[in-house]
Ligand binder design. Structure first.
Ligand code: UFG
Length: 323
């Protein structure tokens, strides 16, 4: 059985959907602090699984989970993800992301669970020294959110050496889009991410900084489609089963788009002008993040198929359905 922590959240729920479609046995663990019971209910219409509400910070919740379910592999999504909030309140991020993962790993040791796939991030690299970023690039996060993810990668390396827990760290670039059947999608409160904020017609869209050293002055990111992304988790589980060794992989589309380019693409898809205003730079933002995903393609056999346009289209369908 596969344990999915954070399975009521954006990427976790899309991963759960992928595993349900493949008839895998899963249990979802989520505190519902940021995840949504409505997402769990939507998944329940697709397949059978148990949902356990609990908090990784609470060791009793975690131990009970491992006691009650015969878990073979963990896919670990649960964590706080807002870069700006992490700059204001690093303690909250370290306690939850690093502390929560420590409880998870210690329970894995106790119950003899040896395989974990971890949601890492390109934010662990910080400002690129070269582009595109490969897995060997220097790790120098520019915000506490990225620091917590890097710290967890280090914990995982230690737990491999000492306890034989094998881990795959999947370093996501900017994840975008929604389930192509619009059953689930991106739902954060508050929403801080670019594409849902552009689509949100209840408030004027804000561009954070237009004076960066990029083609049009706005930050450049690599947007990877969520349905493409979650496929890498299945491949990572298969890799762990077959190879039984730890590794890390960048997951990106290998294409860079500026904030302004994403905005222009969204305007085209929506078919009308969107109001926007230029704001100061957002603290903790890297200027440019762009993936080299050759390793994931070669070793995991992963492929990134969907375009930015397709991601914005499914995000827009979801926005209309959900709002
Ligand atoms: N942006 C805006 N206006 C908005 C929202 C975002 O201009 O309303 C800009 C940001 O300043 C940034 C770009 O759009 O330049 C992308 O911002 P996102 O918030 O969508 O995503 P990030 O690049 O901050 O993503 C980072 C990491 C991910 C991580 C994510 C967690 O790169 O790995 O934060 O939320 F998962």
């Amino acid at each position: 059985m596969i344990l999915i922590t954070g399975g009521a959240g954006y990427i976790g729920s899309h991963c759960a959907l992928e595993f349900l479609n493949a008839d895998e046995k899963i249990v979802i663990f989520d505190s519902l602090e940021n995840g949504h019971i409505e997402t769990i209910n939507a998944l329940k219409k697709i397949g059978n699984f148990d949902f356990v509400q609990g908090d990784l910070k609470n060791i009793n919740d975690v131990e009970k989970l491992f006691k009650n379910y015969k878990i073979d592999t963990v896919i670990h999504f649960a964590g706080y993800i807002q870069v700006e909030e992490s700059v204001k309140n690093p303690q909250k991020y370290f306690e939850n992301n690093v502390g929560g993962t420590l409880n998870l790993l210690n329970s894995m040791v106790k119950y003899g669970v040896k395989k974990i796939v971890f949601s890492s991030t390109c934010a662990i690299y910080g400002e690129p020294e070269y582009i595109p970023l490969d897995e060997n690039h220097k790790k120098n996060p520019v915000n506490p959110y990225g620091e917590t993810k890097l710290e967890i990668e280090k914990q995982l390396a230690e737990y491999d050496e000492k306890y034989g827990i094998k881990s795959i760290c999947l370093r996501y670039f900017n994840v975008a889009g929604a389930d192509s059947e619009t059953r689930i999608g991106e739902w954060h409160e508050p929403e801080t991410h670019l594409i849902p904020n552009i689509l949100n017609n209840k408030q004027t869209f804000k561009i954070f900084g237009n004076d960066y050293d990029t083609k049009d002055g706005t930050c450049v990111r690599d947007y990877v489609n969520v349905e493409d992304l979650v496929k890498a988790h299945k491949l990572a589980c298969e890799y762990l089963k077959k190879e039984n060794k730890s590794d890390c992989f960048n997951l990106g589309s290998e294409k860079g788009y500026s904030v302004k380019e994403v905005f222009d693409c969204a305007e085209k898809i929506i078919g009308r002008k969107i109001d926007y205003e230029i704001m100061p730079r957002r603290e903790g933002d890297a200027v440019i993040l762009l993936a080299n995903s050759t390793k994931a393609k070669k070793i995991l056999g992963w492929n990134n198929e969907k375009t930015l346009e397709e991601s914005i289209k499914t995000a827009y369908l979801w926005y209309n359905y959900h709002s």
